[in-house]
Design a protein around this ligand. Structure first.
Ligand code: MRU
Length: 330
């Protein structure tokens, strides 16, 4: 898939990131020269999405090596920036394990993490596209697309590949409050790449399912526990529950780098909580009383019972998941 933008790029020993906070209004790229700057960019969501922050963190470690910084310190800082998506810690640990730990070896590994991600995206799309039927409409939540990976996405890769194969279908994107990844990012990238997309508010999902207007759900994941429980963007659990109630297939699409066998179930996954202002303000304008108490959990956990299948670059896993997930990581 020839995508019409670049989420991240390593060039002249610097990392270039598309500023996703500014989309869809502006397409602005920033250049980063230190691991601290990249860490801040991850924390502030300049770059976001589990695989993309893993790839960015790999390059941040290369920047640390380039500036002869303490790699252990860089790793600890980078891992603290966003706690839920395991890909970040996975990429950083992969770099820390290298021997010898010189710049060339680290940079090669960071490039390998990026190249592998691109290929995994392509393969997830290939497996997932087999589940797309002509004339049907599919819901996605948040952004699990090219903006969230180094390649053509996870859940959205399924749509890109199905389109490439000539299948005709439509996509519905839920806006994904409070950060609006669905409205701002998924609608932007799918429309830019020629996929018919409709936008709905998060609270319209049940009604549309009841009307028979949604035939399947494809989402990404930030961490898949050993038993198949899936942490993903806040709201995913609700959508999965509704899909079950309406007998609609619900698929989680993620590379095996998102599987965390050290976490037995979703209960142990740390859920990031973000600034209250993301909920109380829209574009800097208050939409709630100043002193109101706020919950702003950035992710939730969908119990594995609610999933129809987990799709990775290795194939499509049906229940029970644990054995298959273990086999894939051997
Ligand atoms: O907070 P974000 O925007 O980083 O959350 C992103 C998601 O929840 C995605 O669905 C997930 O990272 C998978 S991306 C391929």
């Amino acid at each position: 898939m020839n995508l019409k933008f670049k989420t991240l790029e390593w060039k002249n020993n610097q990392l270039i990131l598309l500023d996703q906070r500014k989309l869809p209004a502006q397409e602005i790229y920033h250049t980063y020269q230190t691991y601290q700057e990249v860490g801040l960019a991850i924390k502030d969501m300049v770059v976001r999405g589990a695989p993309a922050i893993g790839v960015a963190a790999g390059y941040a470690m290369a920047l640390a090596a380039l500036k002869s910084e303490d790699l252990q310190q860089a790793a600890t800082y980078l891992k603290s920036t966003r706690p839920t998506a395991v890909n970040l810690a996975w990429a950083v640990e992969r770099i820390l394990k290298l021997k010898p730990k010189n710049l060339q070896v680290i940079l090669n590994e960071a490039k390998a993490i990026e190249a592998e991600d691109i290929e995994m995206c392509r393969l997830m799309g290939k497996w997932g596209a087999e589940l797309i039927e002509n004339g049907k409409t599919y819901l996605t939540h948040c952004n699990a697309g090219a903006l969230a990976t180094a390649g053509q996405g996870t859940a959205l890769s399924v749509f890109y590949e199905a389109k490439r194969q000539g299948k005709t279908f439509q996509v519905i994107s839920s806006e994904t409050r409070p950060y609006l990844q669905g409205a701002r990012l998924t609608c932007w990238e799918l429309s830019k790449n020629g996929i018919h997309t409709s936008l709905i508010t998060d609270n319209m999902v049940a009604h549309l399912m009841k009307l028979g207007k949604i035939h399947g759900v494809f989402v990404g994941s930030d961490r898949i526990a050993a038993n198949g429980d899936v942490a993903n963007k806040i709201g995913t659990y609700g959508v999965a529950t509704l899909a079950k109630a309406h007998a609609i297939p619900f698929y989680a699409v993620a590379p095996t780098s998102t599987i965390d066998l050290k976490t037995p179930s979703g209960e142990q996954i740390i859920i990031e909580e973000r600034h209250p202002e993301e909920v109380t303000h829209l574009n800097g304008i208050p939409i709630a009383p100043a002193e109101i108490n706020v919950f702003n959990y950035s992710f939730d956990v969908t119990p594995h019972e609610l999933l129809s299948a987990i799709i990775t670059e290795k194939g499509v896993a049906k229940k029970p998941f644990s054995e298959k997930l273990q086999g894939w990581l051997k």
